[in-house]
Design a protein around this ligand. Structure first.
Ligand code: DC
Length: 207
């Protein structure tokens, strides 16, 4: 049975952490789609050819989690042919038997609008910059400028810009602990899985 949790949001909002926690709790396969764009950029050369020939080994290249790799990914992600080359793989992953959780920028809007659960995980640019800075170090003002530049590029591009999908539950994690964010996201999954043990009644807002 296909069951998809689509998680979108800007850099360092906590999407990856929430996605990994949901995958473990509900036994879903997880795909960090940002890694695909990071790997395309890191391959160098023609990004369209890199996207068409992307392999598992490319996803294991060292340094893909760095800030520089994220900036480079955001640039190749604005190329329509790069996005098109990665779409089919993501769609198949999303609808596989047993269920999947994908996190990225366009999962609920473009890759899997039919996802059973859609989340938009966000936080203020300041909070996100501080999180990245604690994780990767460097100069805080520069990290904030990078976060803002990436937000602009990801939100203003013509193809698949970052935005909340229709019907997505918005989780602003600026003032939340990770446990709170995971608890809210888990409730949304339980609501969509009516036969799951411990399933919650429907949200009164949905009735
Ligand atoms: O989530 P991340 O920081 O690893 O993503 C790196 C970049 O890849 C991000 O700035 C924009 C791009 N991206 C995208 O355009 N669409 C996705 N589904 C995932 C990432």
């Amino acid at each position: 049975m296909a069951f998809t949790v689509a998680i979108d949001g800007p850099a360092a909002a906590g999407k990856g952490t929430v996605a990994r926690a949901l995958a473990v709790r509900f036994g879903l396969r997880h795909l960090d789609t940002g890694l695909l764009y990071r790997a395309v950029a890191a391959k160098g050369g023609d990004p369209v050819a890199a996207a068409r020939g992307l392999s598992e080994a490319d996803l294991e290249r060292p340094g893909l989690r760095s800030n520089a790799a994220g900036q480079a990914a955001s640039k190749v992600a604005a190329i329509p042919e790069v996005r098109a080359a990665l779409t089919e793989f993501q769609r198949r992953f999303a609808r596989q038997d047993g269920g999947a959780v994908l996190d990225g920028r366009d999962i609920g809007t473009v890759i899997c609008p039919e996802a059973e659960v859609k989340l938009f995980v966000t936080a203020s640019p300041q909070v996100r910059a501080e999180r990245r800075w604690r994780e990767l170090g460097g100069d805080l003002a520069e990290v904030l400028a990078d976060v803002e530049a990436r937000d602009r590029r990801d939100s203003e591009r013509a193809v698949s810009p970052l935005r909340a999908a229709e019907g997505a539950l918005v989780l602003d994690t600026s003032e939340m602990t990770i446990d709170e964010a995971v608890a809210r996201a888990s409730e949304a999954v339980l609501r969509a899985l009516p036969s799951a043990p411990g399933a919650l009644p429907p949200d009164p807002q949905d009735i």
